[in-house]
Design a protein around this ligand. Structure first.
Ligand code: TTP
Ligand code: MG
Length: 378
């Protein structure tokens, strides 16, 4: 059956909320993030992007690029509050809503366009309602599937609305660079270039045997995406499922090296549990309980699905940078949520981490056989 999938993503979300709560900041380069020494940029307003500032950039670098910027410490609970309201609005348009992160979701709106002049009018109605009820702008992509809808919502940001039609989808994406495909990174891009493949259209036209050399067992999945085909359903997440592991330490941890090693071990145990259930996840959460029993959690959502220890650890490290370790740590926890079946993900980080995959498989084999305490990364 032909579907209509909508992807909605808020524009410069955290920064827009700051401008909403303090209208004198409208039109100014607003940068939101951690303001401590090792802080990074969470996001910035489009005015600040002109200076080259972007998400995940160290704060000190942003300050160099944009000294006149207005720097604001993030207020997660406020963003979460607004996010909840936005998700509620989405649910008023469709019963099938899959929240991807704090500011984006997929809506399966198949059939609902019948209530409007056309599906674009439905997209406009969603944007308008979000704006009326929150004062914030969203960008919308409407397409036959998740892959195309997400790609579309990004094309005319901010305040964008892009429709990709069923009949023209393949032709529409054909001239785009290969990196637009979920999961194609720098090294896959370089390998493809060796075969003269530099656009999505050329992947679609390529011999599957060539794609196998680059993508291994994921060749068919990549080929499908390049042809505009993606059958993943929109999954209504009614319960917040997560998998993880936490540990209370005999002695409080103080040293950075000890903390990192502990987090790394927890990532290994989380990854193993995830892979045992044949799942992948998008959001990694780090929990820290300090000597004073003060407890905090920090989360990060990855664009790509993660399943391997190293991928989980890389995200957990980013989260560690957002935490001020000013006292001892009693407990650490790592968990992963926004889970999907391994098969539901279009492609994992393939290629880039063929080696990582083999290493994880070897570790899993031993853990499955002898129990999870048998092996920890050196
Ligand atoms: P995004 O939707 O990726 O970014 P954005 O909404 O700020 O900007 P736009 O969509 O218009 O390009 O992420 C949503 C929020 O998630 C963002 O406002 C801040 C947070 N975030 C981080 O904290 N760290 C990150 O590295 C990224 C990418 C986002
Ligand atoms: Mg956004």
């Amino acid at each position: 059956m032909l579907r209509w999938i909508m992807h909605v993503d808020m524009d410069a979300f955290f920064a827009s909320v700051e401008q909403l709560d303090n209208p004198s900041l409208k039109g100014l380069p607003v940068i939101v993030g951690g303001l401590s020494g090792r802080g990074v940029v969470s996001t910035c307003s489009y005015e600040a992007r002109k200076f080259g500032v972007h998400s995940a950039m160290p704060m000190h670098m942003a300050k160099r690029l944009c000294p006149q910027g207005i720097y604001i410490q993030g207020r997660m609970h406020r963003y979460k509050e607004i996010s909840d309201g936005i998700m509620e609005i989405f649910r008023s348009f469709s019963p099938l809503v899959e929240q991807l992160s704090v500011d984006e979701a997929f809506l399966d709106v198949t059939g609902m366009e019948g209530l409007y002049p056309d599906v674009v009018a439905l997209g406009k109605a969603v944007k308008n309602k979000v704006y009326e009820q929150t004062g914030l702008h969203a960008s919308v992509g409407i397409a036959p599937n998740k892959f195309l809808a997400k790609l579309a919502s990004d094309l005319e940001k901010p305040d964008g609305l892009v429709l990709i039609k069923h009949e023209t989808a393949a032709a529409f994406i054909a001239p785009m660079p290969v990196r637009k495909i979920f999961g194609i990174g720098k090294s896959a891009e370089a390998m493809l270039l060796q075969y003269g493949i530099n656009t999505i259209g050329k992947i679609a036209a390529a011999d599957i045997s060539i794609l196998q050399k680059v993508f291994g067992i994921n060749a068919q999945a990549v080929h499908n995406l390049a042809c505009g085909i993606d059958n993943r359903p929109v999954i209504n997440e009614t319960e917040a499922k997560s998998i993880g592991k936490e540990h209370t330490y005999d002695k409080d941890l103080y040293e950075e090296a000890d903390l990192k090693k502990a987090v790394r071990d927890l990532c290994g145990e989380t990854g193993w549990r995830l892979r045992k259930r044949k799942l992948i996840g998008y959001t990694v959460t780090l929990k820290v309980k300090f000597s004073s029993f003060k407890t905090i959690t920090r989360s990060i959502t990855s664009e790509l699905p993660v399943a391997y220890d190293e991928e989980i650890y890389a995200l957990a490290l980013k989260l560690m940078q957002q935490v001020r370790f000013s006292e001892g740590v009693r407990l650490l926890g790592v968990s992963i949520s926004h889970l999907e079946s391994e098969d539901a993900a279009p492609v994992l980080n393939f290629n880039e981490n063929e080696k990582i995959k083999k290493r994880n498989m070897a570790v899993d084999f031993l853990k499955n056989k002898f129990g999870e305490s048998i092996i920890k990364r050196g």
